[in-house]
Design a protein around this ligand. Sequence first.
Ligand SMILES: Nc1ncnc2c1ncn2[C@@H]1O[C@H](COP(=O)(O)OP(=O)(O)O)[C@@H](O)[C@H]1O
Ligand SMILES: [Mg+2]
Length: 463
Amino acid sequence: MTITLSGVSKTFGDFTAVHPLDLTIPEGSFFALLGASGCGKTTTLRMIAGLEEPTSGSILLGEEDITRLPPHERPVNTVFQNYALFPHLDVKENVAFGLRRRGVKSVSKQVAEILDLVQLGELSRRKPLQLSGGQQQRVALARALINRPRVLLLDEPLGALDLKLRRQMQLELKRIQVEVGITFVHVTHDQEEAMTMADRVAVMYGGKVEQLGPPAELYEHPRSTFVANFLGTSNLFEAEIVFREAGRREGASGAGAGNGEGTGSGRAKGSGEGTVVAGAKGTGKGKGVGEAKGIAEGKDVGEGEAEASAAAAGRASGEVSHAGQDSSSGASVGGELQVKVPGGDDLLRLPLDRCAAGETEAGGKVLIGVRPEKITLAHTDDAGSVPEGRNRLTGRITDASYLGVSLQYVVETSACPELTVYEQNIERDTRLVPGEQVVLHWRPAHTFALDAAQDVAAGEEAL
Ligand SMILES: Nc1ncnc2c1ncn2[C@@H]1O[C@H](COP(=O)(O)OP(=O)(O)O)[C@@H](O)[C@H]1O
Ligand SMILES: [Mg+2]
């Protein structure tokens, strides 16, 4: 059942724990509220559960306004971090509790089913103290699910488990959610946990939702420094806009013709790693003509595909899907930004649609962002082999750590004193050691830009 929060806020005395919040939690979704301690996650969850009354706003479950409904009248159950199991009852009776309270006489079949679901069938006669943390967690989950809630709320349910078990339970919870098909709202401060499990994540910061979307979108297209730093690691550094190329409509190599009614469509295919600036010109009078040209750079790794439609008026619009190395970051439809960093020889480029800054005019300042795993390091002796069209900076390695699965480098550049780079541990370049000069390079499409007025370090301390 879809949950809709409209203008929901909560103040305690003169402290605002949750600022007016609009949130739609789609039916059947695994929805995560993610944020550092104290940002208002639990308060939001408790308002959905009916354990806390909103100071303003309304909460709908489907079409029904449940804002003033007492907790036990809501088709909602909560699993808390501390499980709150009854120590004197065995697993079976803990799970059966909700059914017995509602006067259900024969509980065995339902209890057995739900214990199967959480894989506890064998342990139904044990007492909570005879169970591991993970097993207790499963009991708490079974106890909530047996009431067949329309919505299950989970408040840091894995917080008490050690790392390995937590990882295992994350996958388990996801499986159970898919199996029962109800809406899960999961509160966590662990970004990896939210990304692993949820199909939608609301990142909260200071009682507000900072950004909301599927995990890959939040990670690839952070719209604030907080999200960029809180979800994984980002290199952020200031740059000045030199050039803005707006709305050039060209597609990957090839030409296409299409037809339509009133609108024409063109299609173009091309391959190549790197930015695909795509679009088409067209005239559409019953039949449309699409035309596309493109820039594809680098190695033939990715594949870009441009699709464009020309409206009857002759105005062209384009849509691009970009498969290959990463499909989520997309490609530019509407031009690019070129920016200058202090001491950088070459301009850095990025698709205009990866710029979340209000400022896009030449002379303006933005924060440039790039994730550490998107960057490739080349020893300065190999600088000539860096493919054309990549963003590049030069620098000096100041630190190199061997992490097993990857190598982590810190590189001092004039743009940023500490740029972090992750390289997969496949073929180590043994020359890449502290003190060495290197070229860092990455795809323009992996570059993003944020508003320069923000705190560059927001969200870092929260890790
Ligand atoms: N009953 C309360 N009275 C006063 N302040 C509260 C109360 N409950 C929560 N808060 C405050 O509201 C803020 C948000 O709390 P909470 O929602 O529990 O955060 P989170 O779950 O994200 O860690 C915190 O600063 C907390 O101290
Ligand atoms: Mg909390």
